[in-house]
Design a protein around this ligand. Structure first.
Ligand SMILES: Nc1ncnc2c1ncn2[C@@H]1O[C@H](COP(=O)(O)OP(=O)(O)OP(=O)(O)O)[C@@H](O)[C@H]1O
Ligand SMILES: [Mg+2]
Length: 629
């Protein structure tokens, strides 16, 4: 082997490694499919085959294909990587080293952030009326430190391609997991709003989260209760029929166990119960509740922990407000468009008592092509990509899927804006028959996360049998109950975003005239999608966040092995285990590596807890750093 490679030569080696990585992932994916089909692990399958009775599955054809994929792709990857000590394998080691470093550093940053945030909360909670000078200084310091950590994280992302890909992929995979269990995904926008709400909630201020249909207000409030306050919320669903009794409780008749006689008892409503149990109350759709009922809340909104509150409806009794109590409300806005029936403008005196936060749809660009626009600002697209990838961060789907998802994300945000009555660029006027265009506001339909999820889920459940356009029509556009909404959406998806343009889609439907459309319908053709293609995490992350940074450092070719063995001597047991784990996962999945690093850090954390906290922990980190060198 030569002493040095030129950057161009390394570049070629890098391409080889990336190719091997994709092959390896394809093989892994086949292994997983086989596991699912046959119920047997790889070791069990190989053993069975050695003794001449290979395990089969129900779907023979799938099993056969998976078998040959598993083997062929693995072999292809090994061939590319070559023998031990090949430059390709050195690069693989460097990649893993970079990745492990990034994952570990990120964990350190997140831990530090958590400590600072809880310190901030503690200070905010105990502020009486206004913060003292000392409190202000302390808060300022905490915020500075948080900002520094944020910057460190950004630098970490830019430090190597592996840090960039690994950390972003981790984020997408977390999104995916949360989506799967139906939880709110904390994109940067959501996180920012959640922090804002929690800060006010903890300071004893009732919060009103307001915004348009399906932006996620109710879910966000529940998410905050569960994950930030640590308590399941009591939810009151507001409507024009909401009564005082529903909020505060009512008398009930009960049978006295002892005497058998009927006694009168008081059933505490959710507001008092939440105080007593130290839980958040969520008043959903608050602006549907009649004025006179809402006003009754005025005196109760700002109760603090420790206050004793008279149960007015049950004279003589009181409840004590426990830690965890607080009020969050959600509501829609009425902007004179009669979109939200049975909602009223809220009483100014009532509103003035609340911290009001507008919660918008997720940030998403509405123009431009993916290559130029990929990046942080496209949170809706990130959610959709996360929805589409498998649990290892691969995407195997019709070739044009990513492009279609990108267009769908942009279009969704346009429907949201048009629905919300925002001035979107002139292009979004509705072209009617005879070439006339009218300004149009969607009346009932908005392509919210809920609706997008429906479209993608059906498309995937059907095994990508038809193009996504079909599901967009079936699951969303055709579901609209307003003919003009349907027509407008069809036109917008078709003319601006390239959907509904393949064979068989109606290209000149009746768009009505003068804003009047009696009915609208098209017959969706069942076109097959484009051929499937396999995208690995490098590609998926680049689609979502843009190209990774250039590599700044290439592997060293000289006495690499010698250095490694020296380093091993200096390691403690935990570190040795970790190294062993790394070795085993060298060509394996990022997933596994991640959790191993996670466990390793936990072990580290544990051992430092047992000994004296601060210094030991520092030592551990110094050791870890040493090891990386
Ligand atoms: N950040 C997010 N991550 C995942 N899902 C989300 C997110 N935001 C919203 N959703 C999904 O969007 C849907 C709508 O949310 P939700 O019902 O909370 O909206 P809302 O603003 O209260 O709507 P409405 O005006 O209809 O009351 C839910 O299915 C929710 O899971
Ligand atoms: Mg809601």
């Amino acid at each position: 082997m030569p002493k040095e490679f030129s950057p161009e030569q390394w570049q070629k080696i890098e391409e080889n490694v990336s190719e091997a990585e994709i092959d390896d992932r394809k093989s892994d994916r086949a292994s997983q499919e086989l596991r699912r089909e046959t119920g047997a692990t790889r070791a069990a399958r190989e053993k069975a085959r050695d003794v001449g009775s290979p395990v089969g599955g129900k779907r023979k054809r799938v099993v056969e294909k998976a078998f040959s994929r598993e083997e062929d792709f693995e072999k292809a990857a090994q061939d590319i990587l070559g023998a031990d000590g090949s430059p390709e394998r050195l690069l693989v080691s460097l990649r893993l080293k970079n990745l492990a470093h990034a994952l570990r550093e990120e964990q350190r940053i997140e831990k530090a952030q958590k400590v600072l945030r809880s310190e901030e909360t503690d200070i905010l909670k105990s502020i009486e009326d206004a913060p003292t000078g000392v409190e202000q200084e302390a808060l300022g310091e905490i915020r500075d430190e948080l900002a520094t950590l944020e910057k460190t994280h950004e630098e970490l992302l830019a430090s190597s391609p592996e840090a960039y890909i690994g950390l972003h992929l981790k984020e997408l995979k977390e999104y995916k997991q949360e989506l799967e269990v139906g939880r709110i995904v904390e994109t940067p926008y959501v996180k920012e709003q959640a922090d804002d709400i929690v800060t006010h909630f903890n300071a004893g201020k009732p919060v009103l989260i307001y915004g348009h249909l399906g932006s996620g207000k109710s879910e966000l409030a529940m998410h905050i209760a569960r994950n930030y306050i640590g308590k399941e919320a009591l939810v009151i669903s507001g409507s024009k029929h909401t009564t005082l009794a529903e909020l505060y409780g009512h008398q009930v008749l009960a049978v006295d166990q002892g005497t058998g006689s009927t006694v009168s008892d008081y059933f505490l409503g959710p507001i008092y119960r939440a105080m007593q149990e130290g839980r958040p109350v969520i008043i959903d759709e608050v602006n549907a509740i009649p004025h006179e009922v809402l006003i009754s809340l005025n005196h109760i909104l700002t109760r603090r922990v420790g206050d004793k509150v008279n149960v007015q409806q049950n004279s003589g009794t009181t409840v004590e407000v426990k830690e965890g109590y607080g009020v969050m409300m959600t509501g829609n806005l009425n902007q004179g468009q009669e979109k939200y029936v049975d909602r009223q403008d809220m009483d100014p005196a009532f509103l003035s008592r609340l911290y009001k936060l507008e919660y918008d749809y997720l940030p998403q660009q509405t123009d431009g092509n993916l290559e130029a626009e990929a990046g942080e600002g496209n949170e809706l697209f990130h959610l959709m990509l996360a929805r589409a990838i498998d649990k290892n961060g691969n995407l195997e789907a019709p070739r044009d899927s990513v492009l279609k998802l990108w267009n769908l994300a942009k279009a969704a945000r346009v429907t949201e804006d048009v629905f919300a009555g925002r001035e979107v660029s002139n292009a979004f006027y509705f072209q009617q028959g005879g070439g006339r265009s009218v300004r149009y506001l969607l009346k009932k339909s908005v392509l919210s996360i809920r609706a997008i999820d429906n479209v993608i889920t059906q498309w995937q459940k059907d095994g990508y049998q038809r193009e996504i356009d079909y599901y967009l029509w079936k699951e969303f556009v055709s579901q609209s109950t307003v003919a003009s909404d349907k027509a407008y959406l069809y036109q917008m998806f078709k003319d601006r975003f390239g959907f509904f343009t393949s064979d068989g889609w109606e290209q000149n439907p009746q768009y009505g005239s003068g804003g009047v459309i009696e009915s609208f319908d098209v017959k969706p053709p069942e076109n097959a999608p484009t051929k499937p293609q396999f995208f690995g995490p490098r590609e998926v992350v680049a689609f979502a966040y843009g190209k990774p940074p250039e590599r700044k450092e290439w592997p060293k070719l000289d006495n690499e092995t010698e250095k490694k063995s020296k380093a091993v001597e200096q390691m403690d047991v935990a570190a040795l285990q970790e190294l062993e784990a790394f070795k085993n996962t060298l060509e394996k999945d990022l997933n596994q590596l991640e959790s191993e690093v996670g466990e390793f850090c936990e072990i580290e954390g544990e051992s430092s807890k047992r000994a004296s906290p601060g210094t030991q922990e520092e030592n551990q980190w110094a050791k870890a750093k040493e090891r990386e060198k």
